[in-house]
Design a protein around this ligand. Structure first.
Ligand code: FAM
Length: 454
């Protein structure tokens, strides 16, 4: 008598044969409004989601309400402390305002909004205690999703819904939750960083007069005035780090609706789960290595490659050989490829520009140089390999080494910053989902046999 696994194993070959036939021979067949290829191919090419704030053109990359990255950098409000912070990047809270409303905020609106976020930025005591009790070995992304989902205890939407609210009012409660959730991210990120790597030591404070990114950097111990400066940064390096957080988080906040973190948030929210539960689902999707976890994978890969090629970062042949060794062992090249893009990601380019604008700081940074060299070499290797539809660098290719440069060298942690950033777009869409009163998502499924016409 065979056990469960043996029984399953016995039926797999026949099913796989049918799957290959359907994929190879029937992909272009229509089933309802979809092709068979789309049903079994991760819904590629299927325009099935309503998303207001950004869109992604395969060749041009992301635009936010029609504005390119450069246009956003020029138009969105920056730090209010211009005199002490002359190189300020656009603020993520400016991006959030723009994503949510479609209107460019004024400096004064953003000054007030930054202050509102800081004033709402403290973590509930039970969240702090619970995080303190988690094993130190728990992946930081797991801690992030736990922290966010626990705060559903604070949800004004869930409480109001339980009492009974008209559907047309739901968006206002959801907006309150969304603002509270985003406000608490800097302290949450800092807490997870400290618990995982600094034995829970208080690394910094939330400053009421500062913006969201400054407070995230501060709570992680990277600023001079409001934290313990565990990284021993100079004043200009500390300013750079804050600006890196600003730029990174503003740029990574939204990438239309079909990516896993955005889609998961939207899907879970469609059941009227509150924003905390909805976004914790998004964070769990972001924690996959084919999505946000690539941020950590890229840095590890760059460090390993540098080691394997004996530090010869300009040696084209050695780099090519290393890439082929990965591909031949059936591994992916992290930071390359994309589900939608067919050119280098403009967010990759913007992050590279961040380093180039600080040439003195980065002139001796081998990791960034290797990332740049790789972006000139990997596309031809991947093209020759012949599988990926997009052989160019994606969003995760360059950002990790920039953070690494300033001392954020705990690679497992990088996706947490991505997780804080990605709250902006999906949560602004969640507000609109409730404004429109969108229904629960409920597509229908179909069996392989049915697809095969059996
Ligand atoms: N290295 C090697 N092979 C790759 C590859 C890469 N970087 N990118 C794609 N391929 C392969 C892919 O595995 C697939 O092989 P099989 O047919 O054997 O399954 C084939 O090329 C076709 O894939 P595709 O249609 O070009 O890409 P997908 O839309 O299926 O997947 C990615 C897109 C991003 C998941 C994929 O390119 C990948 O795995 N990249 C490496 C991981 C990565 O950098 N992820 C971060 C993505 C980032 F944008 C984000 O979301 N944060």
């Amino acid at each position: 008598q065979s056990d469960l696994k043996t029984t399953l194993k016995a039926v797999i070959p026949e099913r796989l044969q049918l799957y290959s036939h359907v994929k190879k021979d029937l992909s272009s067949h229509q089933i309802g409004t979809q092709t068979v290829g789309s049903v079994i191919g991760g819904m590629r090419g299927s325009r099935a989601l309503l998303w207001e704030s950004s869109s992604v053109d395969p060749n041009k990359g992301v635009t936010f309400h029609g504005l390119t990255i450069e246009e956003c950098q020029a138009a969105l409000p920056k730090s209010k402390h211009e005199s002490t912070d002359p190189k300020s990047e656009m603020l993520p809270e400016s991006m959030f305002w723009f994503l949510l409303t479609g209107k460019l905020p004024t400096q004064s609106q953003i000054n007030t909004f930054s202050s509102e976020l800081a004033h709402k930025g403290d973590l509930p005591e039970y969240v702090v205690k619970s995080l303190d009790n988690l094993p130190k070995t728990l992946h930081p992304m797991t801690q992030l999703s736990i922290g966010i989902s626990m705060m559903n205890n604070e949800s004004v939407f869930a409480k109001a819904y339980a009492k009974g609210i008209p559907k047309t009012d739901a968006w206002e409660y959801v907006l309150d939750d969304v603002i509270n959730l985003i406000a608490k991210l800097p302290a949450l990120v800092g807490k997870i960083y400290s618990n995982t790597y600094y034995s829970g030591k208080n690394l910094g404070t939330i400053n009421m007069d500062k913006d969201w990114s400054y407070n995230m950097a501060s709570s992680m111990g990277f600023t001079l005035d409001d934290s313990v400066n565990i990284k021993d940064l100079s004043k200009s390096q500390s300013n750079d780090f804050v600006n890196l957080v600003r730029l990174y988080c503003a740029l990574h906040g939204d990438h239309e609706g079909g990516n896993v973190s955005a889609h998961a948030t939207h899907l879970v929210g469609s059941s009227l789960s509150d924003p905390f539960l909805s976004y914790s689902a998004g964070v769990q999707g972001l924690a996959g290595p084919l999505h946000g976890l690539a941020a950590q994978e890229v840095v590890r890969f760059i460090l390993e490659m540098k080691n394997a090629i004996g530090g010869d970062i300009n040696h084209k042949v050695k780099i090519e050989e290393y890439l082929w060794s990965l591909l031949n062992s059936n591994r992916v090249i992290p930071g390359y490829g994309h589900g939608v893009l067919r050119k280098a990601d403009p967010r990759f380019t913007a992050m590279i520009r961040f380093g180039d604008n600080r040439a003195e700081e980065f002139s001796k940074d081998d990791n960034l140089q290797l990332v740049k060299n790789l972006s000139a070499i990997a596309p031809s290797v991947l093209t020759e390999h012949g599988k990926t539809k997009n052989p160019y660098p994606n969003v995760d290719s360059s950002s990790g080494v920039l953070f690494y440069h300033y001392g954020l060298q705990e690679t497992l942690f990088l996706t947490v910053i991505f997780g804080a950033s990605r709250a902006l777009g999906p949560l602004s869409q969640l507000v609109w989902d409730r404004v429109y009163g969108l229904p629960i998502e409920r597509p229908t499924s179909v069996s392989l046999k049915k697809l095969a016409g059996l």
